[in-house]
Design a protein around this ligand. Sequence first.
Ligand SMILES: [Zn+2]
Length: 202
Amino acid sequence: MKYPNNYTRPYLTEKNVKAFHKYMAAKFKAEIVNKDDKVSMEIIDWALGLMGVMDKGEFLKRYAITIGDRIYIPYEIGKGTMAQKVGQIILICHEMTHVIQGELDHAMKLKYLMSKSRRAHMESEAMHCNLEMYYWYYQKNLPVSALVKALEAYSLRDEDIAVAQTHLKVYSMITSRGVVASPVSKAAIAWWGNRYRNDSTN
Ligand SMILES: [Zn+2]
């Protein structure tokens, strides 16, 4: 799939960003949960412990985490500035990739938590969505260096980050040629495209 021609950047509202989250959750059979409740916090705490993430507080404030088909998000859907709304769209696409990874291989969920090299691989695959959805909205490349910087929070070794960086450079090259490769980004871009063809008032 290529990026659509005659593209109009959608005007993001609380309503359409919420509708988008709802669509993505249904499409990829995931549940999106705000991580404010006690049980969620205990599950996340356990997962971050397995990953060896030291600064759990910082991680929880800034990052989403997917465990099985549950996506724990650190934001209120559709709230915030335009840039924050774009960020939510990008993040939910990223996390949906983790849901797919878990479905393709159920052992993957544990591999993500236990193996640093697997985690780096799965993160770079999911970050392909970050590159694609950023490009979709801003029509320019998200610098790979920003994603590599974000990887630092995932308790990875330098060699894992180096491999992820190589993957990301390739993904970035593909994206800058206007190709949408990830199934999640394809679904997301098609959804926004249909919406704006059918109903330009939203
Ligand atoms: Zn991730």
